[in-house]
Ligand binder design. Structure first.
Ligand SMILES: Cc1cc2nc3c(=O)[nH]c(=O)nc-3n(C[C@H](O)[C@H](O)[C@H](O)COP(=O)(O)OP(=O)(O)OC[C@H]3O[C@@H](n4cnc5c(N)ncnc54)[C@H](O)[C@@H]3O)c2cc1C
Length: 315
């Protein structure tokens, strides 16, 4: 037997974006259900940085606080995976855990985050988020003045080299799958004092989550303290597609297109956080959630007002 639930708004995903949307909605006395599989993107990281007022907070702790804040205003948390979505504006149905629960809702906020597709190099997955990194703003300070290897994947590689070179004098570029640098880029790498290793990387030597060395084809090994990779980002957009939307390709990966207030091309469906903005960090994701939550509330308020006027006119 499926449990039936009802809310003004279903928020799918209880990370920084989804919880911020839920708080904005619940504070406006909208009924909200947050469905959350509870695997935020940064769950491997020890701390979240560039989070104003909560610098270095553990990701799980930040979200636990967010859930408590949302719940205090009446939002309901539903642990589980949203597995299906159907219907249209004013009349959506979200299926949870393959039918364990069905939620009827007037509006949907998709805050499902993204999937980091990591390079297929042994050792990368084990040390991801600890000593295998991608974002200089998230954990660059923590590896300042350390031996950093940047493993190339695509044309964004040189950009990563430049940003990490600001943090350490000891940065080595392993070209791996990145395109051959242009003459201008070779000159830039030389000017930055960044050595370039051309044979493909075979594996990372890791000790638990600590990377110790990069081993290239042929067996040569380079001792390092941190490795930088370039994930391909893919917004979780299956439910958006189920509701009639089409994810859009960007140079970084697939995302759900939304206007600055989070409204998508599908009436009644909003998107916030990494699902809509692949490069948004924690604070930017929660800001997008607040904005989307406020916009959804405004949309519902306009609809409720129109209905009230209709009822009044009908006597
Ligand atoms: C290793 C690493 C370290 C990072 N460090 C930092 C940092 O220090 N500072 C910083 O600002 N940013 C950091 N980031 C970026 C940060 O993780 C993102 O900005 C942030 O997580 C985006 O929030 P979000 O709510 O959009 O998505 P998420 O945090 O990924 O939350 C999405 C939630 O939705 C859930 N979900 C997904 N699909 C479903 C579904 N179908 N049904 C139900 N629930 C679902 C997920 O399980 C998850 O709980 C880091 C990223 C990585 C990969």
């Amino acid at each position: 037997m499926s449990e039936q639930m009802q809310a003004d708004v279903v928020v799918i995903g209880g990370g920084a974006a989804g919880l911020a949307a839920a708080i904005a909605l619940a504070r406006s006395r909208r009924s909200v259900i947050v469905v959350d599989a509870a695997h935020p993107r940064n769950e491997r990281a020890a701390g979240a940085h560039n989070v104003l007022g909560q610098e270095g907070v553990a990701p799980a702790e930040l979200l636990a606080r967010g859930r408590a804040e949302a719940t205090a205003y009446g939002a309901r948390m539903l642990p589980g995976v949203a597995t299906g979505a159907s219907g249209a504006i004013d009349d959506f149905v979200i299926e949870v855990d393959d039918g364990r629960v069905h939620i009827a809702a007037r509006r949907v906020v998709i805050a499902t985050g993204l999937v980091d597709d990591l390079p297929d190099i042994p050792g990368v997955e084990a040390a991801w988020g600890r000593s295998v990194l991608h974002c200089p703003f998230c954990h660059g300070w923590e590896v300042r003045e350390k031996r950093i290897a940047v493993i190339g994947r695509n044309e964004n590689t040189l950009h990563q080299v430049i940003l990490f070179r600001q943090l350490s004098d000891d940065v080595t570029l392993f070209l791996h799958e990145a395109p051959e640098p242009t003459d201008e880029q070779w000159e830039q790498l030389a000017a930055l004092g960044v050595p370039v290793v051309t044979p493909p990387v075979k594996r990372l030597v890791v000790d638990g989550t600590a990377v110790r060395a990069v081993e290239i084809e042929g067996g040569r090994s380079f001792p390092v303290d941190a490795v930088v990779v370039a994930p391909v980002f893919t917004a979780r957009s299956e439910l958006f597609a189920a509701l009639g939307g089409q994810p859009a390709a960007t140079p970084f990966g697939l995302r759900i297109e939304a206007d600055p207030r989070g409204q998508t091309s599908v009436p009644g469906v909003w998107a916030a956080g990494n699902a809509a903005d692949l490069t948004a960090m924690v604070v930017a994701s929660s800001a997008a959630g607040v904005v989307a939550g406020a916009a959804v509330h405004g949309d519902l308020a306009a609809r409720d007002l129109a209905r009230a006027v209709e009822r009044r006119r009908a006597g």
